[in-house]
Design a protein around this ligand. Structure first.
Ligand code: FDA
Length: 395
């Protein structure tokens, strides 16, 4: 005998950033929306994001700050729900915020303000939130039947907003990829992004003795480059510049680090030599780099020689090496600490306007589960808001 099911218009699975926004957007259109999550709280990643202050968007959001097999896919959604739309929402709720740097907007007080705002919006939009609810079988027969620990539901539209694989201990699962596969929607290989690099233990250049040293660098890999702080850790490298470049890195690729970024470094070095001609090279370099790093990277062949006795050719070779310092990470810290998952539901299978699977009417994918990954700095939440809003307009 068929199990009886409650009817609804839209089911959104995953009450994270994208799912909450989608539920609001659909609910505001008068759709009956059921928002389901297996966690006991909505928006758990929002709560821990940005060190508890949630870097909720970036003023400079633009399609070139996103990585995807189809770099044009995100254009439409980012245009239809922009960073300014989200900022206007935040302002309407009286949430104080500030720009920290590079267009990154953070709450003055707490990420809880953003979750509170989204939950209030859900309530006003008449969204029914079901937490602590496990989703079981999903079947399609015209609409969708979704079996859950809270009963079975029939729905016209089903939106998958279950995120990526990063931080499994917070409830991340590959659920969304499974649903995609069940309905024949292609899933591109996934890997951890915005994640620290590790060195092999056996690597003689593993730099463990530099743990804690931070400095500004330009880091390059795979045609991308980022100028920001980087940090040596006990296991490898971290800091914003490294997290950014990690999203462009694949196994075996070298990463190039410019320790003396910016124009005019040769003149600065000449100036230092003129000021202190008898100083050793490593001492002068300590004016430009953290001392522990300067001591480590100055070759022993410079020891005991006054800077003004070092021929031009050797200076050139040293600055070249410091500006093109190449490392080969053994790997990354993986999903355990990654902020995002690269890859995922293939955008080729989705409409960029509605996020609906072209071959499966009524099935939508939004947020991180889709193969669109932003840079560090509020871009990933903006993708969640934009893709969630757009799907909610059609689901
Ligand atoms: P998200 O992961 O937020 O939500 C998915 C939801 O689905 C979760 O609530 C989960 O419980 C639920 N779910 C999963 N499987 C399920 C299943 N089987 N059944 C039911 N529910 C299921 N980005 C940014 O722009 N600014 C920032 O400051 C930060 N900071 C940051 C810090 C840390 C530590 C991390 C790990 C990540 C960030 N990010 C970030 C990235 C950002 O958090 C991420 O890109 C978005 O949360 C993605 O939103 P989604 O809604 O797609 O997934």
């Amino acid at each position: 005998m068929a199990v009886s099911a409650t009817k609804t218009d839209v089911i959104v699975i995953g009450a994270g950033a994208a799912g909450l926004m989608c539920a609001i957007s659909a609910g505001r259109r008068g759709r009956r929306v059921l928002l389901i999550d297996h966690a006991e709280k909505a928006g758990k990643k929002i709560l821990i994001s940005g060190g508890g202050r949630c870097n909720f968007t970036n003023l400079h959001t633009a399609p070139d700050r996103f990585i995807s097999a189809n770099r044009h896919f995100c254009i439409s959604a980012l245009r239809r729900y922009t960073q300014h739309d989200f900022i206007a929402l935040v302002r309407r709720h009286g949430i104080a915020f500030h720009e920290k740097k590079l267009g990154q907007l953070f709450c003055d007080d707490s990420a809880r303000d953003i979750v509170g705002m989204l939950l209030r919006e859900c309530e006003e939009a008449g969204v029914t939130l079901m937490l602590d609810t496990t989703v079981g079988r999903i079947e399609k027969d015209g609409g969708f039947r979704v079996e859950t620990s809270g009963g079975a539901f029939d729905t016209e539209s089903l939106v998958i907003a279950t995120g990526g694989l990063s931080i499994p201990k917070m409830g991340a699962t590959g659920f969304g990829y499974g649903v995609a596969k069940q309905f024949g929607v292609e899933v591109l290989p996934t890997r951890a992004g915005l994640v620290p690099f590790t060195f092999a233990d056996a690597d003689p250049r593993n730099f463990k003795d530099l743990a804690g040293v931070a400095f500004d660098a330009e880091v390059r890999c795979g045609g991308a480059s980022f100028s920001e702080a980087m940090l040596f850790t006990h296991r490898g490298l971290s800091g914003p510049a490294i997290l950014q470049i990690s999203s462009y890195w694949k196994d075996g690729m070298p990463v190039e680090i410019d320790m003396l970024p910016g124009a005019g470094i040769e003149d600065r070095l000449k100036g230092l030599v003129a000021e202190r001609p008898k100083a050793e090279v490593k001492t002068l370099l300590s004016d430009l780099l953290p001392r522990r790093l300067a001591l480590k990277v100055t070759p022993a062949s410079f020891d005991g020689r006054p800077a003004n006795r070092v021929p031009e050719r050797e200076w050139q070779s040293l600055t070249h090496d410091l500006r093109h310092w190449e490392i080969s990470p053994a790997g990354t810290e993986g999903y355990r600490t990654a902020e995002v998952t690269l890859g995922g539901v293939d955008t080729a299978a989705l409409s960029s306007k509605t996020m609906e699977a072209r071959a499966v009417p009524g099935l939508y994918f939004i947020g991180e589960v889709v193969d669109v990954t932003g840079w560090l700095g509020g871009y990933n939440f903006q993708w969640a808001w934009s893709s969630g809003y757009c799907a909610g307009q059609f689901a």
